[in-house]
Design a binder for this molecule. Structure first.
Ligand SMILES: Cc1cc2nc3c(=O)[nH]c(=O)nc-3n(C[C@H](O)[C@H](O)[C@H](O)COP(=O)(O)O)c2cc1C
Length: 457
């Protein structure tokens, strides 16, 4: 027969202070604890649950709090999320213990006004010390859990969790076990120590002044093995899907967007999502342009569309012929060298999608009576076009797509205009090969502004 779960809260008439003998106080309380059946004290398999608050107090973790914020910052290993509310700033931080919690666990309740209590330095070690002492003095094999109160993401309300543990299996991994219906469980790991902590909190209540309780009926989790610690419940950062607050993650994404774009020259055969391309174009046209104009346009040639494929081949063949003529007629290159050059692998022939961005000077460019200013005006539109293409590439990258911006059409504007029936003031801005990246880009060294800013003496 399994023992029913029993929780015996123990109110202590003691206000804890640094240097108090917690072990003796707890021993005294648990030894005289009276159970409903009239028995007293501990038996094998009992779990002694103690709040971190009293552990921290006796360990001298009380500090004067001129500035609670400063202490929180000191205790924080990293800031996970910050929220400004009318009551002040709430910081969710990760502490050196790995715990992610509000205000680094720095607590101003149940302590003298003007002071705050930090978390114990090492709650697993505190639990281990208390357990050894209790086992030695009582002769019973028991476990110790040190608890603290935390909020949870997605859920309102606080619950207690285990931040220190000794002699208890803190996690119960059900992986591989078969349920009553014959299903094999694949990822169920029960947070036993946390469940004990919250059960005790429920039984004692926040205001009852019972910082100690004994849990009976969970002997199956009590173990002589001390290697299972509350520290093991902390999810490793690299496995954590939620390691930043939402606002912080968005800010981080925005900061990384530019550096995340790299030229990608190898693509898989996977199709490119047309909606992703449209979203990239919608971002691209947000680029600043002269006179509040929006002079941008795009030809999108997909390889999964026959008409597009024909048009692409026609365009690339025409541009290659023009290039050959330039090499022979203007540069005086020999036939062999010309063939070698133009035969180089051309990403624009193989990419799943090719986008040809352009600016159209007829969409907002001013005209002047002299060539100097007309040339400057054309430059204005071309640089705006550059910003537009960069926007396009950044959003493609954010959509998980790779891209390579290739000069080609800039050297052959009339071929593009003629083939696609575009006006003679259309200026193509090269061609962008787009596809699902077949490989990541190489790392590049960080740039330093210092190397680019011209000193003005
Ligand atoms: C306007 C422009 C034209 C480019 N033309 C070509 C090209 O014709 N052929 C090519 O292989 N790469 C071309 N590139 C890509 C660059 O040579 C180079 O690969 C790229 O800037 C690498 O940096 P990234 O990884 O930060 O993108 C061009 C880049 C720009 C901005």
């Amino acid at each position: 027969m399994t023992t029913p779960l029993q929780i015996l809260p123990l109110a202590l008439q003691h206000s804890f202070a640094p240097g108090d003998d917690l072990e003796a106080i707890v021993l005294d309380a648990v030894s005289s604890a009276r159970w409903p059946d009239g028995s007293t004290g501990l038996i094998d398999g009992d779990v002694i649950v103690v709040t971190s608050k009293i552990v921290a107090k006796v360990e001298g973790r009380i500090v004067q709090a001129d500035s609670r914020e400063e202490i929180i910052t000191e205790q924080a290993e990293r800031v996970v999320a910050t929220k400004v509310t009318p009551r002040g700033v709430t910081s969710i931080v990760q502490t050196s213990h790995g715990l992610v919690l509000a205000a680094a666990g720095v607590d101003a309740s149940n302590t003298d006004v003007g002071t705050v209590v930090l978390l114990p330095e090492d709650s697993d070690a505190s639990a281990q010390r208390l357990r050894s002492f209790l086992m030695e003095r009582t002769g019973s094999t028991v476990a110790v859990v040190v608890t603290d109160t935390m909020g949870r993401p997605w859920r309102l309300g606080v619950t207690d969790v285990a931040i220190g543990a000794s002699g208890i299996q803190v996690l119960d991994d059900h992986t591989g076990r078969v349920d009553e219906y014959g299903n094999t469980l694949e990822m169920t790991v029960v947070a036993v120590a946390d469940e004990i902590a919250s059960a005790v909190d429920l039984a004692t209540g926040k205001l009852s002044g019972a910082p100690l309780a004994i849990v009976r009926g969970l002997a199956q989790y009590v173990t002589a093995n001390e290697s299972s610690r509350a520290r093991d419940i902390v999810r490793p950062l690299e496995e954590d899907l939620f390691w930043l607050g939402t606002a912080e993650a968005m800010a981080e994404g925005a900061r990384r967007a530019v550096a995340g774009r790299r030229t990608i020259r190898f693509f898989t055969d996977d199709p490119v999502d047309p909606d992703a391309v449209e979203r990239a174009i919608e971002d691209a046209v947000l680029a600043p342009a002269p006179h509040h104009s929006e002079p941008f346009g795009f030809l999108v040639l997909r390889d999964d569309d026959t008409r597009h494929r024909e048009q692409r081949t026609l365009l690339l063949d025409s541009m290659r012929e023009a290039w050959e003529r330039d090499l022979i007629d203007i540069d005086g290159k020999g036939e062999d060298e010309v063939q070698r050059r133009v035969a180089r692998g051309n990403i624009l022939r193989t990419a799943p999608v090719v986008i040809i961005p352009f600016v159209d000077l007829d969409r907002g460019a001013h005209t002047y009576s002299d060539e100097r200013r007309n040339a400057a005006e054309r430059d204005l539109f071309m640089v705006a076009g550059g910003a537009c293409v960069e926007n396009l590439l950044i959003r493609l990258s954010a959509e998980g797509l790779g891209s390579a911006w290739i000069s080609s059409t800039i050297f052959a504007p009339s071929i593009v205009r003629d083939q696609f029936g575009l006006g003679d003031r259309v200026q193509p801005l090269g061609a962008v090969a787009v596809g699902v990246p077949a490989q990541g880009a190489k790392d590049r060294p960080p740039r330093r502004a210092h190397d680019y800013i011209v000193r003005i003496d």
